[in-house]
Design a protein around this ligand. Sequence first.
Ligand SMILES: Nc1ncnc2c1ncn2[C@@H]1O[C@H](COP(=O)(O)OP(=O)(O)O)[C@@H](O)[C@H]1O
Ligand SMILES: [Mg+2]
Length: 219
Amino acid sequence: MLTVKDLGYWYDQQENSLFENVNLSFSSGASYAIVGQSGSGKTTFLSLIAGLDKPKAGTISWENQAINKIGLTNYRQKHVAIVFQSYNLLTYMSPLNNLLTAMAITKSEHRGDKEFAKKMLRQLGITDEQMTKNVQKLSGGQQQRVAIARTMCCDAQIVVADEPTGNLDEQNTEDVIRLFQEIAHQQGKCVIIVTHESEVAASCDHAYRLAHHVFTAEK
Ligand SMILES: Nc1ncnc2c1ncn2[C@@H]1O[C@H](COP(=O)(O)OP(=O)(O)O)[C@@H](O)[C@H]1O
Ligand SMILES: [Mg+2]
């Protein structure tokens, strides 16, 4: 379980805090949507729970251990996988090598297992021919599926995604929504998705709206 206790964050000064006294918990095996207007602080919140930035107030814990005790670098490497709107793949590599590289860097239990990586890509609809081409030859929807396959190859239990369907058409959005639910329900991971798309939020088990500096459960 990922827990957020009395969390507060501001960029310049405390009077302009984005949120304060946030208390939330996120379970493994469930999916969560974070919704809210542009500029409300969703990406900032995600960067805190992903260990990319430090809170100004409060504590974030994973399995009852404060992430700053785990060490943010260690926490990010072992426990968190991130999917971005812009895919963030290694553009000079093939889909297969993107997965193998991520598995090596994160010391995944499957590291070096090419067949496992191929299986993940096939499951996500990437053909054997596509997986060895340069990743930039693939469409946006295919690239996002590669980014999702990458999270599935790594052992990280927390999967966070920032507007993962922001660049996708309707069909690819539906596919990506389904994949995130599978990651939560079949792989038993804790999935947290920032989105402004109501159908993405509706597909998640829980939804929180960030507005006026507080998070309110909508679902
Ligand atoms: N590095 C930064 N320095 C100062 N202000 C920032 C920085 N990043 C974001 N902000 C401001 O914080 C607010 C929240 O940003 P963000 O978390 O990106 O919101 P959202 O993802 O909900 O659109 C915005 O007003 C934004 O301009
Ligand atoms: Mg954002």
